[in-house]
Ligand binder design. Structure first.
Ligand code: PMP
Length: 428
């Protein structure tokens, strides 16, 4: 399960004199900067004839654009000089207060002073990695985990160790075992990164008792918990359990974002951190972006102040629930009996397991010919695992397109299984 950067060759070339080619002129850390599997897929998946079950793009059709236009125009007309100016490196004080109200929905009582506003939660992942990870340090993550976080950890040359996850999220005993194993190997664990609500990519929801147990394990072991929570307010049938941060303000670094509940184009997220970490994070953020966009922050701030944002989240949930149902029903109808999949109560994603002989990465071109796209399971592992799995997202296409896409994909999967078993019969 170890993941190391193949750097030694590059290091020795760096030490032997004048650079020869571009690769050698790059800093060593640039070797870890590789495009994600999702990026190359997106170009194809965005063609109009393809049903994309690949991306996790929020569905903005439920967001009233005339209302957003009036929020933005009102902001510029009444407070343009501030909105279009540089702002505080830590983030706008008013928005930080409002973020506390948003987090209160998940049981968090926070001080606005402990919040750092970021350019999406992706920037928060980068900042945390920057201040904690030295090359070779271990980061524990769920198996599978969010591709964007894996990419960031990889760039900072962490060793990513996956910890078992089942339908109910991270397995506490597996976490204990991983901590013992990593430490026995003489490695330093910097933090546990997890997504407790409607996890990306599996849709798993971590129950309250497991949250408590995982917090205890990490506290005892002296390991920070990075709780990434973009989907917590997108539960379709009932609210998700309280955030882990609600139970532990000393050892949890909480990441939030408005990308899934308002709009990702505004790029506003945040980190709520134990007070001892704040200064380092603000300095790290200032060195990369000076300050988060005042325009985007004040747009969100006005929206939260003047618009019925809780109702808007409820309409997003209604829209996603219909799409989740369309996906689960059509998987039932069109996928082979040998496939299994998760049944998420919220969020954007379903995780499908196929028979082990199927390689979903090799199957992508066939799916594209059948006009459907998905993300192969290996994208969500740091170590090449997950060849038999795929992530399907139900957030963006209409329910009809989801049915068409799942039907087409089911056909490809069945053909692949038949091809594999006839190849096996010929060989044996
Ligand atoms: N974490 C997870 C688990 C995500 O799914 C995403 C977006 N797909 C992000 C973080 C980043 O979101 P953003 O930068 O838009 O806030």
């Amino acid at each position: 399960m170890w993941h190391t950067s193949p750097m030694s060759e590059l290091i020795s070339r760096h030490q032997t004199g004048a650079p020869q080619n571009l690769e050698e002129r790059f800093a060593l850390r640039a070797a870890g900067m590789q495009p994600s599997e999702i990026r190359s897929l997106f170009a194809v998946a965005s063609r109009p004839e393809i049903v994309s079950l690949a991306g996790g793009m929020p569905n903005l059709s439920a967001l009233p654009m005339d209302m957003m236009a009036s929020v933005v125009s009102d902001l510029i007309l009444t407070n343009g000089a501030e909105a279009l100016q540089y702002g505080s490196g830590q983030g706008h004080p008013l928005l930080r207060e409002q973020i506390c109200d948003v987090m209160a929905l998940e049981g968090i009582r926070a001080n606005p002073d402990d919040i750092i506003v970021t350019t999406g939660s992706q920037q928060a992942l980068d900042l945390i990695s920057r201040i904690f990870i030295d090359p070779g340090d271990v980061v524990l993550v769920e198996a599978p985990s969010y591709v964007g976080a894996l990419g960031t950890f990889h760039q900072y040359e962490a060793q990513v160790v996956h910890v078992e996850l089942d339908e109910q999220g991270l397995v506490p005993q597996a976490l204990r075992d991983a901590i013992v194993g990593v430490r026995a190997a003489g490695k330093k664990i910097k933090f546990l990164y997890l997504i407790p609500n409607y996890q990306n990519p599996t849709g798993a929801l971590l129950p309250a008792d497991r949250r408590t147990e995982i917090l205890e394990i990490c506290r005892e072991a002296g390991i920070f918990v990075v709780e990434d929570n973009p989907y917590g307010l997108l539960g379709f049938d009932r609210p998700s359990p309280n955030a882990m941060r609600a139970e532990d303000s000393e050892n949890v670094i909480y990441l939030g974002t408005f990308s899934k509940t308002i709009a990702p184009g505004l790029r506003v997220g945040w980190a709520l951190v134990p007070p001892s970490l704040k200064e380092k994070l603000v300095i790290a953020s200032e060195s990369s972006i000076l300050c988060p966009s005042n325009f985007a922050q004040l747009t969100i701030s006005r929206y939260l102040a003047d618009q019925p944002w809780r109702d808007q989240i409820a309409s997003f949930c209604d829209l996603y629930k219909v799409r989740r149902d369309a996906m689960l029903e059509s998987l039932e109808e069109y996928f082979p009996a040998s496939a299994t999949w998760t049944k998420p109560g919220g969020g954007f994603y379903v995780w499908v397991n196929l028979p082990p002989e199927i390689d979903t990465k090799l199957m992508v071109p066939k799916a594209i010919v059948a006009k459907v796209a998905y993300v192969p399971g290996t994208a969500f592992y740091a170590d090449g695992f997950g060849t038999w799995a795929m992530r399907l997202s139900f957030c963006h296409p209409t329910p009809e397109r989801i049915r068409d896409g799942v039907k087409a994909l089911g056909g490809v999967v069945k053909q692949e299984i038949a091809r594999r078993s006839s190849a096996f019969e010929i060989k044996s």
